[in-house]
Ligand binder design. Structure first.
Ligand code: TH1
Length: 826
């Protein structure tokens, strides 16, 4: 690395791109960074040295980005998210810097295999599922689009648990992602921020004789920032992701230590560090635990303070909305609203009304769910104990808001009660979605249908009061990671056909449309799919000892395990096929052979979800071992589905299962990744499926199931699942087979809870949609037999899914919500 002085600042220039140069840099890192010679370097040594070498190529761009951003005084997006599901960093850095080939060659010249080093990286799993992965896609897009953005979150010491199966049942292991070294992070203890908790509030009279309130906190912790590079794709830009780690302000009490009570001496440290210790593994359902609220306030307080500290000393805070938009990724960071108010009013002594006007322009809120039980509420008692001043501020926001409602709707007590931030039942609590909606400049849902239902069903009173506040931004996924990196074979085929521009301008995939009618192109497309299946087979063999046949239809359902997503409906389909085969009704030779692949983690405390995982594995074991099936059906369920596995599974898939009950999946993003990689979707009219179907066309999508209004109707009159069981013999036989204990000979009653739940409650109407699902699956079989027709549809799925780039999502946010501008590189 060379250094030269420009304008009094040290600027770092990146090493030159050459094989010899890279090999030299790598050896230098190995020797001087890891302290080992090549001859004695472990794979981990080599991986760490490689990561450090690659990141040197990003360093100059990173500093240049920061400098340019400062100079441009551009408005920054501060994305506040409790989760970032990043996936592995090495490959992404390699494609961003266009170094893959050079590195491959340089390592080969040293007798090292790049693929082996790639496998050494443990992905940072700092998120649960779609919400965390979306945040990662968004920061990737903003960097690639040269938009000033800083992502703020938590550096969990343990990310999402590692899932193992013991006799088919999920057992969680801690995710020790930091244990072998963390070459992608840059700790900055000198920028640590103190965060306060607890205590009480007091009133006092200030110098001007005004009575004011202030917070007298009881304890504090330190937030230490760790920076991560977010490289734009081959554009010379690197944005920052800043994740906070909690430390004790006073690590160690020497007096207590000297007195011999060692445990007590480090108690404060242990207590503080707990705050960023572990990611809550609940997806789409909040737990309401005190530590969770501590986490939320901790990272938001650090982030807001960090942003404000970065402003010039003489900055006029009335101009804050010109320089930042805090985007709230669901309600988890909403406590930032009263935090900013507290800083402006209590610390900066800005008048309440002015502070509120500023605050309302600095926040925007994205809602990601429709499930009523997923809307976060915090008991007043807990919030008041942990953050007493914030509770006061929330009360005042609420009072003034309700006064406004009263004025707009006189004599409407019911409405006031419906709209109050404070709920009275079942206990007094703070409705965080309401607070976010009231404070936010904009409120958006994450797919067209979702945004509509958000307005109509979740926040109807608010959308009536402020129709213009509500908008939609349909989710997207980054084509860099989920096509270019995950599917190099398809990427090469596309680039061959239409040039490389699609990677940053995904609508250009449209140019491929005519090729769907080109027999030779279809042949090549099929070859790509087959190669991806073979690649997956290799991964599953070494990773899990799973044997995957590559000559069958690959039917994939990967997502968090949740009843509303209806993995059980998928199981009922498999069990039904199996039952019809063993009862002689269905000739296994008459259907195209299928591999059913699952990937799903269940929240550790979610009993029914864990039962369903057990059921899938037990059905799989039985079906796979039964010679009567003649290999027509195979079930594979590799444990620990994560971003790394997704990158191998999705490109190999033929069929994408998106079968949630209509009106329950806010958007989905896996659905987009499959379509972009040439899988056809079998799906309900839910979330972003609606938009996928509109774009790819009905002929290239297998739609089934109740529509959202029909679901609402059925539920209004009272849903009775047993009726479907009585009236549908195929369904009855499938359920009876599960109930008979066929899949669990050691404990025949083990799946009774699932069976009885389906027959008596079936909250998500799996039985009501069963027959429609089976019919759609028969249409899939027919379509799959037409090899050319299927390939044509698959190509059209790719060509017409450019809309689902997260770059487009980001343009929509800029246009409808942020009004920020790219700082153009060069
Ligand atoms: C998911 C939604 O379920 C999914 O439909 C959507 O595509 C994704 O967010 C991105 O928008 C959600 N994940 C969570 C996680 C938590 C709380 C609420 C949601 S909604 C912890």
């Amino acid at each position: 690395m060379t250094e030269n002085r420009v304008n009094g600042t040290v600027s770092v220039t990146a090493p030159q791109h050459s094989v010899e140069g890279f090999a030299k840099e790598f050896l230098r890192e190995l020797n001087f960074g890891q302290g080992v010679p090549l001859s004695r370097a472990s794979v981990n040594d080599q991986y760490l040295a490689l990561a450090r070498t690659v990141r040197e190529y990003l360093m100059a761009r990173w500093m240049e980005t920061l400098r340019r951003q400062r100079d441009a005084h551009a408005k920054t997006v501060a994305y506040l998210s409790a989760e970032y599901l990043l996936g592995r960093q090495l490959d992404n850095a390699l494609i961003a810097t266009d170094l893959t080939e050079i590195v491959e060659e340089a390592l080969t010249s040293l007798g090292i295999d790049l693929a082996t080093l790639r496998e050494q990286e443990v992905e940072p799993g700092l998120g649960n599922g779609g919400l965390g992965r979306l945040a990662a896609c968004f920061v990737d897009s903003l960097a690639t689009m040269s938009v000033p953005c800083i992502g703020y979150g938590i550096r969990y010491e343990y990310g999402i648990f590692r899932q193992t199966f013991v006799d088919g049942w999920q057992v969680e292991q801690p995710d020790t992602w930091l244990s072998l070294g963390a070459p992608w992070e840059f700790p900055h203890p000198e920028d640590a921020v103190t965060v306060h908790f607890g205590g009480s509030t007091e009133t006092y009279t200030d110098d001007d004789g005004v009575t004011r309130s202030r917070w007298v906190p009881a304890w504090d912790v330190l937030g230490v920032p760790y920076n991560y590079m977010v490289p734009g794709y081959q554009n010379g830009r690197v944005n920052t992701l800043r994740l906070w780690s909690a430390r004790a302000t006073k690590a160690f009490d020497l007096q207590i230590f000297n007195s011999g009570d060692y445990a007590e001496a480090v108690r404060a440290q242990t207590f503080a560090e707990n705050i960023s210790k572990v990611l809550y593994p609940e997806d789409s359902t909040p737990q309401g635990k005190e530590l969770r609220l501590q986490q939320q306030y901790f990272f938001v307080a650090c982030s807001i303070r960090d942003f404000l500290d970065g402003l010039p000393a003489d900055f006029d805070l009335h101009r804050l909305p010109d320089v930042v938009m805090f985007q709230l990724n669901d309600t988890h960071p909403v406590i930032g609203v009263p935090e900013l108010m507290r800083i402006l009013v209590d610390e900066k002594k800005i008048a309440w009304d002015e502070a509120w006007a500023i605050t309302q322009k600095c926040f925007a809120y994205t809602c990601h769910t429709l499930l009523p039980e997923a809307l976060e509420v915090w008991p007043v008692e807990l919030l008041g104990r942990l953050l007493p001043r914030h509770l006061e501020i929330i009360y005042r926001i609420n009072d003034e808001f309700l006064a406004q409602v009263r004025q707009a709707y006189p004599n409407d007590e019911l409405r006031l009660r419906r709209m109050s931030i404070i709920a009275e039942h079942p206990e007094r609590s703070v409705r965080m979605a309401f607070l976010a909606t009231i404070a936010g400049a904009k409120v958006n849902g994450v797919a067209a249908l979702h945004s509509q239902l958000l307005r109509d069903n979740v926040l109807p009173d608010f959308s009536e009061l402020w129709p213009d506040k509500f908008t939609n931004v349909t989710n997207g996924v980054t084509p860099r990671r989920f096509v270019r990196l995950a599917n190099p074979a398809l990427s090469d085929l596309i680039t061959d056909a239409i040039g490389p521009g699609w990677v940053t301008d995904l609508e250009r995939l449209r140019e491929m449309e005519p090729l769907a009618d080109d027999a030779e192109f279809r042949e090549r497309f099929r070859a790509v799919k087959l190669a991806n299946k073979q690649r997956l087979a290799g991964v599953l063999a070494t990773r899990d000892g799973i044997e995957l046949r590559t000559d069958a239809m690959l039917d994939v359902m990967v997502k968090r395990l949740h009843e509303y997503k209806r993995q059980t409906l998928k199981v009922l389909h498999i069990v039904s096929l199996y039952e019809r085969i063993i009862s002689g009704e269905l000739d296994p030779a008459s259907i195209p052979p299928r591999v059913f692949a699952f990937g799903a983690k269940a929240a550790p405390g979610y009993k029914m979800a864990k039962q369903i995982i057990g059921l899938i594995n037990h059905v799989g074991a039985t079906v796979n071992a039964d010679p009567r099936v003649q290999g027509a059906l195979t079930v594979v369920f590799p444990p620990n589905y994560n971003v790394t596995l997704a990158e191998k599974l999705i490109p190999a898939a033929d069929l994408s299962e998106q079968i949630s009950l209509a009106g329950k999946e806010a958007s989905g993003t896996g659905n987009m990744k499959f379509a972009l990689n040439g899988a056809l979707t079998i799906g309900t009219d839910d979330g972003a499926n609606v938009e996928i179907r509109e774009l790819v066309g009905d002929d290239n999508f297998f739609l089934f199931g109740l529509l959202e209004p029909q679901v609402a109707e059925i539920q209004a009159v009272g849903y009775d699942p047993s009726k479907y069981y009585e009236e549908n013999a195929t369904l009855r036989r499938a359920i009876d087979l599960i109930a008979s204990g066929t899949f669990s000979p050691d404990d025949k009653r083990v799946f009774e809870p699932i069976v009885s739940n389906l027959l008596t409650e079936d909250r998500f109407l799996a039985l009501a949609d069963f027959q429609a699902y089976l019919d759609a699956q028969e249409r899939v079989d027919v379509a799959y037999r037409d090899v050319e027709g299927w390939t044509r549809s698959a190509i059209l799925n790719v060509a017409r899914s450019g809309f689902f780039s997260s770059d487009r999502s980001m343009w929509d946010y800029i246009d409808r919500i942020w009004h920020s501008q790219p700082v153009v590189a060069r």
